[in-house]
Design a protein around this ligand. Structure first.
Ligand code: FES
Length: 382
């Protein structure tokens, strides 16, 4: 039986060797600042993952649709008027590729292309073609390209890779965490959008470590009990439970068991879950040096009177995060700066994220079989 196949030379993109960093070590600065790395991420990371695209509340009625980007890929998610189920398609016409829909709204009875007026039923079938007799092909085969969609609690995810794991597997413990709290009953409390001139991974990594909390965040330091964090690494993400200071826990909650769940779903979704609300941060990659932060908070309406306080606390904390992330972005451009390092417990999720990232990037460039056999390219334990 043949032994493991060693990869003599790992794939290299813009001087970044695509191998998972050694334990305790980080990716080199160029992995964050390179436009070539960013271009590869669109297909190796985003087009291979389940990506949050919206929420169930965005599609309340039959025929409603939303549009979203999965990396560089435009997609449509709509509510099928017959079954009420979610359907997903590439947001691209089968004639010559024009984007079909923008924003959110109602499809009515069909989707019509704004370029030459091909029209599609809401099941994706092509139903109308002007000058049909001029096309020498089987038009019945030119329906919209389907995209996988699914929901977890109030959240909708989509995936353009038919070979990716199921959504259930992707979200791991988040689904039971939502179910346990009855999150599907929660209401939209607020929504925020930011745009930052930094690489998307820097914000993901900032949200994946508690090491900076006592230094940067006064509100979180006031609320969270120090050194109570317990982290679990999952195949496609990670989460950390941290206890709330017992003296701040109101009845009827157990002061010794009330925790905040700080989560991450690969690559760029950050759900923060308490017993009565969820705030999510979705980090959208816009360019190698630009990202959008999209935030929504849903809460148990019983605690709606706390919304203004929680929103103010979130905005203050985010402003503090933005400041340190921008400092990091500037520092990573220092010529001659070697790769950084991370703390074994408080920054364990950064190592997990970077190993997952490097494995996916390499897999896109190297023969799958060879990657699977190579210990150097396997996701290493924390
Ligand atoms: Fe859509 Fe021509 S590109 S009808």
């Amino acid at each position: 039986m043949p032994g493991p196949v060693a990869i003599d030379r790992p794939p290299v993109v813009d001087a970044v060797e695509l191998v998972p960093p050694a334990p305790g070590k980080n990716l080199p600065p160029r992995a964050f600042t390179s436009p070539e790395i960013f271009a590869l991420e669109q297909r190796a990371i985003f087009a291979r993952s389940w990506i949050h695209v919206g929420d169930l509340g965005d599609l309340p009625a039959a025929g409603d649709y939303l549009t979203a980007m999965i990396g560089a890929t435009p997609v449509i998610v709509l509510r099928d008027p017959r079954s009420g189920e979610l359907r997903g398609f590439l947001n691209a016409c089968r004639h010559r590729g024009a984007q079909l829909l923008e924003g959110r709204g109602s499809c009515g009875k069909q989707i019509q292309c704004p370029y030459h007026a091909w029209s599609y039923g809401l099941d994706g079938h092509l139903i109308g073609v002007p000058y049909r007799d001029q096309f020498d092909c089987d038009l019945s085969q030119l329906g919209l390209v389907p995209v996988r969609v699914g929901s977890v609690g109030p959240l909708i995810f989509a995936c353009v890779d038919p070979t990716a794991p199921s959504l259930d597997e992707w979200v791991g413990e988040l689904a039971p965490a939502f179910a346990q709290r009855g999150a599907e009953r929660w209401q939209l409390a607020y929504e925020l959008t930011y745009e930052l001139p930094v690489n998307w991974k820097l914000f993901v990594e900032n949200a994946n470590e508690g090491y900076h909390i006592p230094v940067v965040h006064d509100v979180l330091t006031d609320v969270l009990a120090p050194d109570t964090d317990v982290t679990t690494l999952e195949a496609h993400g990670a989460f950390t439970y941290v206890r709330v200071k017992p003296e701040l826990v109101p009845p009827p909650f157990d002061p010794m068991q009330t925790k905040v769940r700080f989560g991450h779903l690969f690559p760029s979704f950050i759900p923060v879950l308490t017993l009565t609300d969820v705030t999510y941060l979705r980090i959208d990659p816009l360019a190698h040096d630009r990202m959008r932060l999209f935030v929504r908070c849903y809460d148990d309406p019983t605690y709606a009177h706390l919304r203004d306080f929680r929103r103010a606390a979130f905005e203050r904390t985010t402003a503090q995060d933005i400041e340190v992330v921008q400092k990091t972005w500037r520092g990573l451009h220092a010529v001659g700066l070697p790769a950084g390092v991370h703390a074994s417990r408080l920054e364990a999720r950064i190592g997990h994220f970077e190993r997952r990232w490097a494995t996916a990037m390499a897999r896109e460039l190297v023969d799958d079989r060879q990657v699977a056999r190579s210990p150097a390219l396997a996701v290493a334990p924390a």
